[in-house]
Ligand binder design. Sequence first.
Ligand code: SF4
Length: 92
Amino acid sequence: MQEEEFQSGKIYCANCFHCKLLPGSEGGILRIRCTAGKWKKKLEQEKVYRLCTIMRRFRDECEYYEDMGESTEFIRELRKSTNNEDSSTKSS
Ligand code: SF4
């Protein structure tokens, strides 16, 4: 994520305690769920997102948000570590 893409004052789901990686990956794609149950499809089924989508997903507010640290720094480090994870997943 480029610094200029980061929206200050917004809530990034990737920086929330409730944003969790699903075990395993389909075709090397990492998927994420919100353990607070805030991501739903039309018929109330749970929705999951790709990690790359969540890195850019932000909201104005969320009553369940619990930050994992300063957003810009946290997401930068998360992106670095998941890029390394993607590389190792693809090479195995
Ligand atoms: S609790 Fe809210 S901020 Fe946290 S991951 Fe779910 S929707 Fe995003």
